[in-house]
Design a binder for this molecule. Sequence first.
Ligand SMILES: [Zn+2]
Length: 408
Amino acid sequence: VTREIWEHARIATMQASGSYGLIEDASIVTENRMIAWVGASAALPADMSVGANQAHDCAGRCITPGLIDSHTHLAYASNRAHEFEMRLAGMDYAEIARQGGGILSTVRATRAATEPDLFAAAQRRLSALLDEGVTTAEIKSGYGLDRETELRQLRVARELGRRNPITIHATYLGLHAVPPEFPDANAYVDFVVSDVLPAVAAEGLADTADAFCDPIAFSPAQTTRFFTAAKALGLRVKLHADQRMPGGGGALAARNLALSADHLEYAQPSDLQAMACAGTVAVLLPGAFYYLRETTRPPIAALRDLGIPIALATDCNPGTSPTTSLLLMLNMACTLFDLSPQEALAGVTRNAARALGIQAQTGTIEIGKRADFVVWNVEDPAELAYAMGASSCAQIVQNGLLVKNTLA
Ligand SMILES: [Zn+2]
């Protein structure tokens, strides 16, 4: 038995919704990579402290669950800095797209990248997340749109999980955009359902499937067809929904029992009712909202009223959210969406785990869950959202192993 103890911490267990679940002067005992005990240090049973292989004195620092980034597109090649310049010089999105910009410019670069080059680019972004205390990250494909490149992106995601101290959740974003070699969206959906999806499932390369339901991308009918095929192969589903205009995306996600509906700036009351009934998590992406200078905010008050779990994620992608700081998203969710620091932290722990369907394994600090937690150089958990993306990580424990330690 490998047993380690963390003592004298303020632990934000995030066990109950609506609070940090704080325990003062608290201890965590890990055993064989799991949380074996958590509670006030004074209540630690004697048989837990004897035979511990190592004890860590946290000296009053805060501990939270390991952070979970539940929505990223980080396995892409190149960047879109030139487009950013064009936008700032006054060019609109349609003109940039005519000049070869937009999602399809990243598709060209990602198709052209070798697997080692794609891995190296993705590794740099993942390393930045890891360094901030992220212990679980979702990675979507969707920049290949042909069979070979989609599989390559997903293999890179799986390989990142094998080579890094992080749990990777891989998502086949089959319906992201229609690639230029297809005459229309229906023809592309035919190809995805008959050729790519079965290959993804056969190789076990994805845990979930995702789609972009929007007038510039895929219709509700096309999305439903893709989801039905994905579910028949054992995949759970997620949806990019109601980002640019009302489109019934939230309700579509709920009808398909999606784990989450993501973006939701234009979600309507009927969408939210359906999500509340189905238990669909709302994943909010303040980085994209900020980057696109959106002014219509997600319906936060209604989400709260209906008790819909709110998760937050980076949406790390080259076009609309080129960030690798999940901590910055906590601050942005508070400043842009008026979330409380407690809600923001729940959005990258407890509710993010639900958005990936892994709440039985991680997302809170409780007995029987995987030992994923972070010791922060802060006294109060609100400091994590208060600071603008400052990394104040002292120790990171992922799957029971101390993977970062700045405490001597
Ligand atoms: Zn996205």
